[in-house]
Design a binder for this molecule. Structure first.
Ligand code: SF4
Length: 382
């Protein structure tokens, strides 16, 4: 399978769907499948996949969109950095639209702050080289997928002695929030579609704790519609064959064209050298989770914006209207939020889930249609 058309082939999709319907019938009970990655959420909405599945199989959107899980306090910290004298604040376009307590980074730019969007941390380093009289701060975020590119940039800044460059790290790791979610027990999850991009770095082995400790099967999957459908079929196989009931649930790799069991060792070594786990880190919707964030290691302290600028470390509750926390933990569907599509749209986002294309609310809004759970909830209310 080398071309994208093959991953969207309707004949193959129909065959997979027939298999899924047959397996779901044999299982004879509801199955809640959490997709952890925002890329999967986007694919599910864009291609209307949930509506093709049997009624008994439900997708639950998990905390895998890196922009969505950023808490309000960290956004306010980035706004504080943008207002420091002489600072050029550089970050990705999505983050610039995330609302803080008093506007977004885009609003700060309109008010005179020097906020620029970049495609990569190396672009931010180039900005620092081009403006030696200014302080360039890169706001980094993302899971293990993007942490290596930030690490490479910090390595290069140190090697070149670029003294006017620093990073405000909001990098997070995947295992701790999944543990918190399962241990929290507020969301019923029977199985996981594992995040293909993160798994390309951490490997499929990083997810083995889910079947081993919680008896939950995982299929690491790619991002095309056939990838997601095949992942659902493989998960159903584990249930219908009795492997889950016998305590033999496992991690399977649907995305073998990209992901290896051991992951990318060079990238993992780089992360380990440049970052250090934080004691705890705040997640939108999940609260404070021990060892879930990555701070910059002491060896790179001069390039750590949190030490260089004494960033305040603000802790701010979400606005009362925002239900992103419930969406991110699968407790409600996007359309069940009281401000979805009214006060909160991609143009006027109230919460983070409406900002990034990977956010569940943005995907639901952009691609329209009612998901099945919402349709049922609406029908009940009538
Ligand atoms: Fe958050 Fe807006 Fe989604 Fe509500 S509709 S959960 S406020 S992003």
């Amino acid at each position: 399978m080398r071309y994208v058309g093959e991953f969207r082939d309707p004949v193959a999709a129909k065959a997979l769907l027939a298999r899924i319907h047959e397996q779901a019938g044999r299982l004879g009970r509801p199955l809640a499948v959490m997709e952890v990655c925002g890329g999967h959420t986007h694919t599910i909405h864009r291609h209307g996949l949930e509506n093709l599945l049997p009624e008994s199989v439900e997708f639950i959107h998990g905390p895998g969109c890196p922009v969505c899980v950023i808490p309000l306090g960290r956004v306010d910290d980035a706004l504080w950095l943008a207002r420091q004298p002489g600072v050029i604040l550089a970050t990705f376009g999505d983050l610039m639209r995330v609302p803080g307590s008093h506007g977004s980074l885009l609003d700060a730019r309109a008010a005179g702050a020097d906020v620029r969007f970049v495609y990569s941390p190396l672009d931010a380093l180039a900005l620092a080289r081009a403006h030696p009289d200014r302080e360039v701060v890169f706001v980094a975020l993302g899971f293990e997928t993007t942490a290596p590119s930030t690490a490479v940039t910090l390595d290069r800044a140190r090697a070149e002695g670029v003294a006017n460059f620093s990073v405000f790290s909001n990098h997070v790791t995947i295992e701790a929030p999944l543990r918190a979610l399962v241990n929290g027990g507020e969301t019923r999850v029977d199985a996981f579609i594992g995040p293909g991009h993160v798994a390309a770095i951490v490997g499929t082995r990083a997810f083995e704790f889910l079947p081993r400790e919680f008896g939950l099967p995982v299929v690491v999957a790619g991002f095309e519609p056939l990838d997601v459908l095949q992942a659902v079929a493989l998960l159903l196989d584990q249930f219908v064959s009795g492997r889950v009931a016998r305590g033999e649930a496992s991690v399977e790799n649907q995305y073998a064209r990209v992901v290896r069991p051991e992951g990318n060792r060079a990238a993992l070594a780089l992360i380990e050298r440049v970052f250090t786990p934080r004691e705890t880190f705040e997640w939108r919707g999940l609260g404070w989770i021990p060892r879930s964030g990555l701070a910059i290691a002491d060896a790179f302290a001069p390039w750590d914006a949190e030490r260089r600028f004494a960033v305040p470390g603000l802790q701010v509750p979400d606005p009362p209207a925002c239900q992103c926390g419930s969406v991110l933990t699968g407790r409600i569907k996007p359309r069940q939020c009281r401000v979805f599509g009214t006060a909160c749209t991609p143009v006027t986002p109230v919460g983070t889930c409406m900002v990034s294309p990977e956010g569940a609310c943005a995907a639901a809004y952009t691609f329209g249609g009612l998901d099945r759970a919402t349709s049922r909830a609406v029908a009940r209310e009538r």
